[in-house]
Design a protein around this ligand. Structure first.
Ligand code: GLY
Length: 463
């Protein structure tokens, strides 16, 4: 945990922003995997962690904004539970580390909320994403489960997004720890991958790096020779001659801050000429986007700038043609880059995505596009010092999408479909790094990890 003053300050700022009413922040429960007592690894809710730091299941925090009182509701483990899970630090003792002195039993939540409801007070809660919390809110507040999310407090969401978007120095240090472990995962993959191994053989080694660092995975590892599938989790595919491995992985620190890096490297020691050509385009777009990072810039404009660089490169190799600015404006490049340039990073890999992209990445003035490709951009708004975000351009050759667009002659003024047949089994390339926005510009986070072709090939040669 951070020092208790950090949590006290955060809750004070939250109260000021919310103004009045009752704030209910739900922690997570254990979640069953295949039968009741076979749990997924416990992961606390990130907003609960942010305001209370208490990393154990079955808790709720209730903040009365008007009186200023703060209560943690939860139960200590019984002796029967201790038989299975061991002794736990008493909740009172743990909560004091967060600056909370009042503990109530879990069953008190309903009474507190009922009393607030009867007094006509507003109860602010966040949109739940776990079924257990949907059902709890439904029962406590007498709302049908299907409508619970729509009743979440926009005031509370906006307040939390405003606070969590700006990372403090101690948070950046935690994120950097996670990125450094993530870099070790990447180096493990670049050093260990051999022709004939399965994707899972390599991914298993990466998971060991994350877990043995004292943390865990921030999200399931994407490690694949089919890098054109954006979120292709590792599997039984065998690393073959002439292929590339796309590795997108992230560790989370013991305090649950995430890293998120992607590298693409050849299964052989060296990239082929065709791979090299496309890799350099992605690298150029990455550099161009990273150079634009500074406060006040719309991330949507940086995304579009990167798209232009990708499309210009594709024009140079003969896969696109015509007026590139116009091609990007119309969305033709999305055949090769059907996703966004990046997202916020913090306690979550897609930070605060559970609170709603419209609040995290967009504003009342900057609304999400419906255009294919651009609609997948998670972050569009103006950058501010303290934001931590990813920059992750890529080029993807998705045979099904190529066939569909070619059959429909879609954007044939911008795309050379006849040349694309030589790329249909190419796969995909993504290069991803994590940046802090500073007052002057930006700072690359984490230790050195090769991304230039020569650096990657040098590591492959050392195998
Ligand atoms: N790096 C995984 C993701 O952004 O979804």
């Amino acid at each position: 945990m951070f020092p208790r003053e950090v949590y006290i300050r955060r809750r004070h700022q939250l109260k000021e922003r919310v103004g009045s009413g009752i704030i209910l922040l739900l922690g997570n429960e254990e979640s069953s995997m295949s039968y009741k007592d076979n749990w997924y690894s416990f992961r606390q809710d990130s907003s609960f962690l942010y305001f209370f730091g208490l990393d154990r299941p079955g808790l709720a925090g209730i903040i009365d904004v008007d009186s200023g009182t703060e209560v943690i509701c939860g139960d200590d483990v019984s002796v029967e539970e201790i038989v299975w899970v061991g002794t736990q630090v008493p909740l009172q003792e743990q909560a004091e580390k967060s600056g909370i002195n009042t503990i109530r039993a879990q069953k008190a939540i309903e009474l507190i909320l009922k009393s607030a409801h009867e007094q006509g007070r507003q109860i602010h809660f966040l949109p739940p994403y776990r079924p257990e919390n949907i059902l709890k809110l439904s029962a406590w507040l007498s709302i049908a489960p299907a409508t619970v999310s729509s009743m979440a407090s926009v005031t509370l969401i906006k307040a939390i997004v405003a606070l969590r978007s700006i990372k403090s120095a101690e948070e950046v240090a935690e994120i950097e720890k996670a990125i450094n472990v993530t870099a070790d995962m990447q180096l493990t993959a670049i050093r260990a991958a051999r022709q004939g191994m399965t994707e899972a053989n390599v991914a298993g080694m990466l998971q060991a790096v994350a877990v043995s660092s004292g943390g865990n995975l921030a999200f399931p590892i994407i490690l694949t020779v089919n890098g054109q599938i954006l979120h292709n989790h590792f599997g039984s595919a065998i690393l073959g001659e002439g292929q590339m491995v796309l590795c997108d992985c992230g560790a989370e620190s013991a305090m649950h801050y995430a890293g998120d890096l992607t590298r693409t490297f050849p299964v052989d020691t060296r990239f082929t000429d065709q791979q090299r050509e496309i890799y350099e385009i992605v690298l150029g777009a990455h550099r161009a986007a990273a150079n634009k990072l500074e406060p006040g810039k719309l991330y949507r404009d940086i995304h579009l700038w990167a798209c232009e660089k990708l499309a210009e490169g594709l024009k140079q190799v003969g896969l696109m043609k015509g007026d590139i600015k116009e091609a990007v404006a119309q969305g033709a490049h999305a055949l090769f880059f059907p996703c966004g340039l990046g997202h916020m990073l913090g306690l979550d890999t897609h930070d605060m995505e559970d609170l709603g992209e419209e609040y995290v990445g967009y504003t009342d003035d900057i609304k999400k596009s419906t255009q294919f490709g651009l609609k997948s951009l998670r972050l569009a708004r103006a950058l501010e010092p303290g934001f931590v975000l990813t920059v992750e351009p890529g080029l993807y050759f998705i045979p099904e999408l190529i066939d569909l667009w070619a059959a429909n002659k879609k954007f044939e003024q911008f795309i050379n479909y006849d040349k694309l047949s030589a790329y249909k089994s190419f796969g995909g390339i993504r290069i991803e790094e994590d940046f802090l926005i500073t007052a002057q510009g930006s700072q690359l986070l984490g230790k050195d990890l090769p991304k230039m072709i020569e650096g990657i090939e040098a590591f492959r040669e050392q195998r």
